[in-house]
Design a protein around this ligand. Structure first.
Ligand SMILES: [Zn+2]
Length: 223
């Protein structure tokens, strides 16, 4: 893997799902580009909440993870279904044309979040064989969303078949990047808390007899 494109609906998905692995890859010299489809938290606006632009948080977290190229689109949070699949596909196709990745990470379809599903579908459609030089596609878990999916019974369960073993330094950089997202990070026992992230790293590691890991669904690998 030389050039990795990451496609997510929301800033923080990339960090929660693959922050440790991204750190490991950028340290090893892999060029990483992050494509975020939404830039705000407007889905919470009904509660008297003031909508904030998350672009600067996304850029700060990306910088900590070693990501040099960040593209933040301006679709609204939890409204990607109003944008439509075709337009989302075209956004990712444009990223692929410009960045020419050979690998792609995105969210899983095992998600109750429609935004996450649409981002995942757009990434897979744009990265289909014959239309790009992408030889590897992996989906990561965003625990607070994948947990909801498993409990809902209406979408498939996240089924990892690929693990990246990490060390403590990768986890620390992941947590540092998460802190850049401020109030998006919650208190224990939330899955979006620092201890929740540590617990998931230990659990995924223990599945493969390692102290720490992140887990993925390997969608395609061409060698
Ligand atoms: Zn998300």
């Amino acid at each position: 893997m030389d050039r990795l494109l990451i496609v997510v609906a929301h800033g923080d998905d990339e960090t929660l799902g693959a922050g440790g692995t991204i750190t490991l890859l950028t340290d090893a010299g892999v060029e990483v580009s992050l494509c975020v489809l939404t830039n705000d938290d407007s889905a919470r606006a009904w509660d008297g909440h003031v909508v904030t632009d998350r672009t600067s948080q996304i850029q700060a977290a990306a910088s900590i993870l070693g990501i040099k190229r960040v593209q933040v689109n301006t679709f609204g949070d939890s409204r990607l279904d109003q944008v439509g699949q075709l337009e989302l596909n075209r956004v990712v196709e444009r990223e692929i044309r410009e960045f020419e990745p050979d690998a792609l990470f995105t969210t899983s379809m095992a998600e109750l979040s429609v935004d996450h599903q649409l981002a995942s579908r757009a990434a897979r459609v744009a990265g289909r064989p014959g239309r790009s030089g992408i030889r590897e596609i992996r989906c990561f878990e965003v625990r607070s969303a994948t947990d909801c999916a498993e409990a809902s019974g209406v979408v498939p369960t996240f089924r990892p078949n690929c693990w990246q073993v990490l060390d403590e330094s990768h986890l620390e950089r992941k947590l540092e990047a998460l802190r850049a997202y401020g109030k998006e990070i919650e208190k224990w026992p939330s899955a979006r808390s620092e201890d929740g992230v540590r617990a998931l790293g230990a659990y995924r590691g223990s599945q493969v007899s390692a102290p720490l890991a992140e887990a993925f669904e390997l969608v395609r690998l061409v060698r």
